[in-house]
Design a protein around this ligand. Structure first.
Ligand SMILES: [Zn+2]
Length: 489
């Protein structure tokens, strides 16, 4: 019987985000499960849209479940968190002495000590299992994957959808790739693309990403994948990368070359789709409702603070008759609403804790509904998972048609339950505002195809030339048609 050790450690690090990611966030979970160890993984992961779930459901060999931990995207992962979780995985794998190893990683984790954190994880694991044990790793579509990742792993595969509706499918694909590698090694081909693609331009609902990913099925190789990269990361290996595997090295290389050529030809057609928040609201008012306005630059799922008020202020300025917004991360406002109770009218400051992005909105609000933030997701991405978002409150801005949902854990709105938890049915409203970049589309396209992307200041700028990069490798272009960095990396 072949014994396969499995472990997961997921974080997407925005090195420009104004707050760190401590160990406690991995322990508590949120939209993701809390840190889980050993045999408990069978129950925790069962039926979830998580790579490890798909891997465990597909791999025909004996599982040795080690650990899974993930936290909402944010600033640098603290060294203590990295060492605690990586150390535990490495120790357990060394003791398990598996015949093969599968890792469910993100590929954009950065710590103060390691700007290529996943390469460090692979390096330590390779050191304990030796050169002959196959290691397969799956990564997020938003991975910044270095040459070291390609060297250290025998097989790499990635999510192929954004919104990420195929996380479990990616785990299943990883299981098939590992099975193939257990029969013998495959030749690798790898390349980096010297272009940072703004997050909203990466959506596979739109061109050119849709066709780029569709071509993976047409390539005559064992496996091929594209990492789109995670732009708000000031590291040398920031940006897209390409992978192919095949018994024939020439075929693997040809596949990567073909993807690279197609990528280069598509450069001018990547479109971030942003329009200023005020213009967005103006346009929404001319369209039949419901209309969704996303706030990608403050997307908590890309390390945004989740509490900027640009879109909210635009709704107020334009005196919109009917709008709902979820979920503004403001634990103080949520606690104040809970202390006041349902039906109370209170003076409150909403969001705006980081003056570099926005100011608080001062308002008189009616506390319409309170929740403990525990609910079950039902959308295509998170469906099956249970949220633990702490105090949540539905606040109606007095004298307006605007309702804001405030929460106590930073969390992207990629699921309509982020409204329903406080009794709001999004489809019943004219304007639906979500703190999300692209993931919201998975669930909200079921409500409407009228979606707008507001440009409002946040920690995840889509105009990449506005970010103060100093460590990108030389020659990387900051967005399609953007300037070329001259950094030495
Ligand atoms: Zn992602």
């Amino acid at each position: 019987m072949i014994r396969v050790a499995v472990a997961g450690f997921q974080h997407e690090t925005n090195t420009f985000a104004p707050f760190p990611t401590p160990l406690s966030l991995f322990k508590t979970g949120g939209a993701w499960p809390a840190l889980t160890r050993g045999a408990s993984l069978y129950e925790t992961m069962h039926g979830l849209n998580i790579p490890l779930s798909g891997f465990m459901a597909t791999c025909p060999h004996e599982m040795m479940p080690i650990l899974w931990a993930g936290a909402e995207p944010g600033g640098y992962v603290e060294d203590e968190a990295f060492e605690a979780i990586t150390g535990e995985i490495v120790t357990a794998v060394a003791e398990a002495q598996p015949d093969a190893l599968y890792l469910d990683l993100h590929g954009a984790m950065v710590t103060r000590a390691f700007d290529d954190a996943e390469a460090e994880i692979l390096r330590r694991l390779r050191a304990v299992v030796g050169p002959d044990i196959p290691i397969v790793a799956s990564f997020d579509l938003h991975a910044n994957l270095s040459p070291a990742i390609s060297e250290l792993a025998d097989g790499v595969t990635l999510y192929r959808t954004y919104p990420h509706t195929d996380l479990a499918d990616t785990g299943a694909r990883a299981a098939h790739l590992l099975d193939r590698l257990l029969q013998g090694p495959l030749a690798k081909a790898y390349a980096q693309v010297d272009l940072l693609v703004p997050i909203t331009a990466q959506a596979t609902e739109f061109e050119p990403a849709r066709s780029l990913y569709a071509m993976l099925d047409d390539l005559d190789v064992t496996s091929a994948d594209i990492a789109m990269g995670f732009p708000p990361a000031d590291i040398p290996n920031c940006g897209p990368s390409l992978f192919a595997y095949d018994p024939d090295p020439a075929k693997a290389r040809a596949a990567v070359d073909r993807i690279a050529a197609t990528f280069a030809a598509a450069e001018d057609t990547f479109d971030a789709r942003l329009e200023p928040a005020q213009a967005c609201v103006d346009r929404a008012l001319t369209l039949p409702g419901p209309v969704v306005i996303a706030d990608p630059q403050d997307n908590p799922g890309a390390g945004g603070t989740g509490e900027t008020t640009g879109v909210l202020q635009a709704l107020i300025d334009k005196k919109v008759p009917d709008a709902v917004l979820s979920m503004l991360y403001d634990p103080e406002a949520a606690a104040k609403a809970h202390a006041a109770g349902e039906g109370a009218e209170i003076e409150i400051a909403l969001g705006g804790a980081f003056p570099e992005y926005s100011q608080p909105v001062m308002a008189t609000v009616i506390v319409e509904r309170l929740s403990d933030g525990v609910f079950d997701f039902t959308g295509p991405m998170y469906g099956g998972a249970r949220a633990h978002l702490g105090f949540v409150a539905r606040l109606k801005l007095n004298g307006t048609g605007i309702t804001v949902v405030v929460g106590s854990r930073r969390s992207q709105n990629a699921d309509q339950e982020m409204f329903r938890v406080v009794g709001i049915e999004p489809a019943d409203h004219t304007i639906i505002c979500v703190k999300s970049g692209v993931h919201f589309m998975a669930d909200y396209l079921r409500v409407t195809d009228r979606i707008l992307f507001a440009e409002s200041p946040g920690a995840n700028p889509c105009h990449l030339e506005t970010l103060p990069y100093t460590r990108l490798r030389a020659g990387v272009r900051l967005g399609p048609g953007g300037p070329v960095t001259g950094n030495e990396g």
